[in-house]
Write a protein that binds this ligand. Structure first.
Ligand SMILES: *[C@@H]1O[C@H](CO)[C@@H](O)[C@H](O)[C@H]1NC(C)=O
Ligand SMILES: [Zn+2]
Length: 504
């Protein structure tokens, strides 16, 4: 190490500790040491994931609530042992359909560093999981992490336990090598994501001027890449979920005895459902298509460069034909156009065999994915008015009731934001490629909540593979994505620290 020259100033020997600090700050990013550290820790990281996957933290099953509490405690303990300022925040009770209440899993918050001269990032993640049983068709025990050819199979491996651990290990790596964290790092880890993040929004609102006050950027790593090429995610669709109920006779009827004399609720329901979307995917509800932000030339061009294999996609879902034949059309309709999906009909006969019933009351469940510039409140009115109009033309004596039970807005970030530049630089360093900039067709409501409540920049930095099987049988996380993803997060903490404090 050479001598440090400060022009025009004589060196004061008593300033040595200060100068040393300056030297280490200007010395540059010792990435290769961190990278080697991660390589040497690979088995420990896999062990940590094994321990987390072994906890059946299924938030949808009330019988598993003790496991979920245990999971939150375990995450908190790991962060505490690293010297973080950790809190388990009580977010109250959950009301069950039978009227009973159940304690919600506490939200874990943690903080590493509070230097006002540094940027502060806040990492959001969840450690609850979807249900899984061997009977569902898993090849291995979903709660016993199993390594097959470098893929780590287990429920929650990709969604979202490995990404949360990768962030924790990223912080740990700096600590282990006695390197100062380039930014202050906060964590917010919840345990109800898979069932709608019950209680989290209130907590974020309550913490807006406390926990979030000094946060510059919020990072979410709860989704996946689109192909083998790393990706940054800058948008998600929202979702409006509807119930359309048609009620007719006071009880179910025999179709032999009454068929032909009554106006059947199911026929009415199928009739109006068929007016929502045409066979070519065109939404027929007035006003919906008009609200969609037009696809810009820039966006169209960007989609062309994205790595996405149509044949692979068809094989994965087992179909010969898709709604669109070109990559750009397909990506656009996956991410930035709305669609209608009909999910089911409650009250309909759906068992095996034959039953000659006329159901007296049927409730259709359908949803409409939301994109900019749709507004759920407006969509609710458009759908309700339209279905009532269509139904009135049938001149049916039955009663129609339309309700919207979920109204989640879409989220869209500005990819020119410095947080995305930092993400691109980190990916370039670790993977030596430029990332795809992608959107997510599914809804991650928390992104929009963070944006609306805190006003901070949000970035999604997935490390999951495109074929991880989230919410499905045989969910996995590859060792490659897990370990390289940890390096990527390490690099990101450096890159994001370079964003000038004054650039607001
Ligand atoms: C997990 O699977 C391995 C390999 O099949 C087995 O040896 C081990 O006993 C299992 N562990 C648990 C906790 O079931
Ligand atoms: Zn998730």
């Amino acid at each position: 190490m050479g001598l440090l020259h400060i022009p025009g100033k004589k060196m004061n020997p008593r300033a040595a500790p200060y100068i040393l600090l300056v030297i280490s700050a200007v010395q540059g990013f010792r990435y290769s040491e961190l990278e080697q550290h991660v390589n040497s820790k690979q088995e420990e990281y896999v062990e940590a994931l094994r321990e987390w996957v072994a906890i059946e933290s299924d938030s949808s099953n009330v019988l598993k609530r003790p496991d979920l509490h245990h999971m939150m405690e375990k995450a908190a303990q790991k962060l505490r042992l690293m010297g973080g300022m950790v809190e388990l925040v009580d977010i109250g009770q959950q009301e069950l359909p039978d009227g009973q209440t159940l304690a919600l899993p506490k939200v874990v918050t943690a903080q590493f560093g509070s230097d006002p001269n540094k940027r502060t990032v806040c990492i959001y993640g969840h450690v609850d999981v979807q249900p899984a049983k061997m009977d569902d068709g898993w090849a291995t025990d979903p709660y016993n992490l199993t390594d097959i050819n470098g893929n780590l199979y287990g429920r929650g491996a990709s969604d979202n336990k490995a990404p949360v651990l990768a962030w924790i290990h990223a912080v740990e790596a700096y600590q282990a090598l006695h390197m100062e964290l380039p930014v202050n790092v906060k964590f917010i880890i919840e345990g109800m994501e898979e069932t709608g993040s019950n209680g989290l929004e209130d907590m974020i609102v309550a913490q807006r001027d406390i926990f979030f006050s000094d946060v510059d950027y919020i990072i979410i790593s709860d989704c996946g890449w689109l192909s083998r090429r790393p990706a940054l995610t800058y948008g998600t669709r929202g979702n409006c979920y509807f119930f359309a109920e048609i009620e007719g006779p006071k009880q179910d009827l025999h179709s032999g005895v009454y068929g032909g004399t009554v106006i059947e609720p199911m026929t009415d329901l199928i009739g109006i459902l068929d007016t929502l979307i045409d066979p070519n995917g065109k939404i027929l509800i007035p006003g919906i298509r008009e609200a969609v932000a037009p696809l810009s030339d820039e966006e169209w061009k960007m989609y062309q460069d994205i790595q996405f294999d149509l044949e692979n996609y068809k094989n994965k879902i087992g179909v010969d034909q898709l709604m669109y034949n070109s990559k750009v059309d397909l990506l656009a309709h996956m991410w930035r156009y709305p669609t209608v999906s009909i999910h089911g009909i409650q009250g309909a006969f759906s068992d095996h065999g034959t039953k000659t019933v006329i159901p007296a009351k049927v409730v259709a469940k359908f949803s409409i994915r939301q994109v900019p510039n749709m507004d759920p409140a407006v969509v609710k009115k458009q759908v309700t008015d339209y279905l009532h109009l269509v139904f009135s033309k049938r001149k049916s004596p039955n009663k129609l009731k339309v309700t919207m039970v979920i109204g989640a807005k879409p989220w869209l970030a500005d990819t020119q934001d410095p947080v995305f530049e930092a993400g691109k630089a980190a990916i370039k360093r670790v993977f030596n490629v430029d990332p795809d900039l992608i959107r997510e067709g599914a809804t991650i409501p928390i992104a929009r909540t963070f944006q609306d409540v805190t006003g901070k920049s949000i970035i999604m930095m997935p490390i999951g593979g495109f074929d991880d099987g989230l919410h499905s049988q045989n969910e996995k996380m590859s060792r490659y994505n897990y370990i390289e993803g940890t390096k990527y997060f390490i690099a990101y903490l450096h890159e994001v620290s370079l964003i000038k404090k004054t650039s607001v």
